[in-house]
Ligand binder design. Structure first.
Ligand SMILES: [Cu+2]
Length: 188
């Protein structure tokens, strides 16, 4: 797992939430999707699902979403947090499922912010579905509430590990209440 630390940093994932306040201050009012491809330079490292990832930002009427597709990440239960004291991965906060990591598995997650307060939400149940436009398949992402074991509560978000093969164009459909948004991307 140590080799993945650099990938996470290169993906810029941990920087994005800090940009949210200035983004909101700019008064973004449309539903434009701002793409920010962050394909890793480590793409020759073998399993592409372990090195590629990207981020999208999207707006609905009431919510701002930061959506990430990342290499699979281990998700730890309360008991595992205590017994293992992990230094990398995600802490499960709602006793939800944490599906296994592995080859061909991606970590799909959505940080969902209330546009009126700028605060991340942790009391909702979004639905997250991955459509693979290349294969025609789709998979539902169990919306487990979690946070990075190092960053903590400022990283609070929903998602899970799900199998999504490489060499695919995908769409992520996310619903929060009766508001929905779709973001698109490619996985090598
Ligand atoms: Cu996550």
């Amino acid at each position: 797992m140590a080799g993945m630390a650099g990938v996470r940093t290169m993906g810029g994932r941990h920087v994005l939430p800090r940009l949210l306040v200035p983004l909101l201050a700019l008064g973004l009012t449309s539903c434009d999707v701002i793409g920010n491809d962050s394909q890793s330079a480590l793409a020759d490292a073998g399993d592409v699902s372990a090195v590629a990832g990207w981020t999208r930002i999207a707006l609905t009427t009431h919510y701002l979403l930061v959506v990430n597709v990342l290499p699979s990440e281990r998700m730890f239960s309360d008991a595992e947090m205590k017994s293992l004291s992990p230094t990398q991965g995600e802490e499960i906060l709602d006793h939800g499922v944490g599906d296994p990591i592995g080859t061909g598995v991606r970590h799909v997650e959505a940080h969902i912010y209330d546009r009126s307060t700028g605060l991340p939400l942790s009391n909702i149940k979004p639905s997250i579905r991955v459509f693979n436009r290349t294969t025609g398949d789709h998979v539902d992402v169990p919306p487990t509430l979690m946070q990075d074991v190092v960053i903590g509560s400022t990283d609070i978000h929903y998602g899970n590990n799900v199998p999504v093969r490489g060499a695919s164009d995908i769409s992520l459909a996310i619903e929060v209440g009766n508001e929905a948004v779709t973001v698109d991307g490619h996985l090598d």
